[in-house]
Design a protein around this ligand. Structure first.
Ligand SMILES: Nc1ncnc2c1ncn2[C@@H]1O[C@H](COP(=O)(O)OP(=O)(O)OP(=O)(O)O)[C@@H](O)[C@H]1O
Length: 348
């Protein structure tokens, strides 16, 4: 099963030629780059100037949406308000002609996979946003798609619900190994935690379109957008009860969090300050390291650093001139605890 997408839509700035094998494929890009338009073309909801879509060897162009074996799950999830949760999920199999009992069994299976079995008899209005999103995912999977399109499935969720949904997404998309999953997101954590397999890809829409294995695209950014996405400092760690995190033998001071166990620690490059002398002050992380690379990007300077782990700082040209710093120079690096965020690692 694979999905080939060639689509050009001048008015929407969309011009792509992608070959997506089974697995997870993240699509990102600046606002207005055409991410939602691309999903709408694949789902058959909109027509591009020209397109050639082939799913599992089957041309899709000209087929109505319901005959494509493509399911699009949008941000809000949009459950049928008048149907109980189980009937929402059973809707897909029912409309494909499956019997009532078989459809309910299928619904129960997917509700279990997304951890929502206990809510099968509720109405959508009795669910939280995170619970509704899980049910929407179960409903999408119960329809037995060959391609599952997810348009920012985490964007509408609150901070508490996001990690759980990210974990569910990762788990269910690994469960159906033959499925082509296309995930539109703005968040590099979604990219790294969901599209984490060897054949998974990242596409950054824009000019140029950047496409390839996730790590390769992030390590060789060809646009400021991708450089920004790749620049988020990210470290796998163990969250400590009561605050902070630990990566190997490194203690990391963090903002308040309620996470325990495996986590991602993140901080933005512009939260990193650089000093010649050991900095003092409010609770902060202070590491000693060396400059490995200095790059200018759109009026900002990115300084790549080898500290106990690789990271980058973003400073103004004036700040760099005041230091100054060159590759190989020793430097003190400080990051305020309040600017260090902790996210559950998600994959279960
Ligand atoms: N229904 C529409 N009619 C006309 N133009 C549209 C329509 N929807 C989107 N566009 C335009 O098409 C371009 C791509 O929009 P699209 O929503 O696909 O981008 P996106 O990458 O999903 O953006 P965002 O990150 O803001 O969601 C934009 O210039 C947008 O203004």
């Amino acid at each position: 099963m694979s999905l080939q997408v060639r689509a050009r839509w001048a008015e929407r700035g969309l011009d792509v030629d992608l070959d997506l094998p089974p697995g997870r494929h993240a699509i990102t890009g600046p606002n207005g780059a055409g991410k939602s338009s691309l999903l709408a073309v694949i789902a058959g909801l909109e027509r591009a100037d020209s397109s050639r879509l082939v799913l599992d060897g089957r041309p899709l162009d000209g087929l109505p949406p319901h005959r494509r074996r493509v399911v699009l799950m949008s941000q809000a999830g949009q459950l049928f308000p008048h149907l109980a949760v189980r009937d929402n999920v059973a809707f897909g199999p029912r409309s494909h002609g499956r019997g009532r009992r078989e459809s309910r069994a299928c619904a129960d299976h997917w509700l279990e996979v997304v951890g929502m079995s206990d809510f099968a008899d509720r109405r959508p209005s009795q669910l939280s946003g995170g619970q509704a999103a899980r049910v929407a995912l179960a409903r999408a999977l119960a329809a037995e798609p060959a391609a599952l399109l997810l348009d920012e499935p985490l964007a509408a969720l609150d901070v508490e619900a996001t990690p759980a949904m990210r974990a569910v997404l990762s788990r269910v998309t690994h469960e159906r190994a033959d499925l082509v999953v296309v995930l539109v997101t703005h968040d590099v954590l979604d990219v790294l935690t969901v599209a984490d397999g060897p054949t998974d890809t990242l596409t950054v829409l824009g000019r140029p379109v950047e496409h390839g294995p996730v790590r390769r695209v992030l390590e060789h950014p060809r646009s400021d957008f991708t450089a920004g996405l790749a620049g988020v400092n990210l470290l796998r760690a163990e969250a400590l009860p009561g605050g902070g995190a630990r990566a190997g033998d490194l203690d990391i001071a963090t903002g308040p969090h309620a996470v325990t166990g495996p986590c991602w620690v993140t901080f933005a490059p512009d939260a990193v300050s650089l000093h010649h002398d050991h900095p003092e002050g409010s609770p902060r992380n202070v590491w000693h390291g060396r400059v490995s690379r200095v790059e200018a990007h759109a009026g900002r300077v990115r300084v790549w650093l080898e500290t106990p782990f690789a990271m980058s700082a973003e400073v103004t040209p004036a700040a760099l001139a005041a230091l100054p710093l060159r590759p190989g120079d020793a430097v003190w690096v400080a990051v305020k605890a309040s600017q260090v965020r902790v996210h559950p690692a998600g994959v279960s």
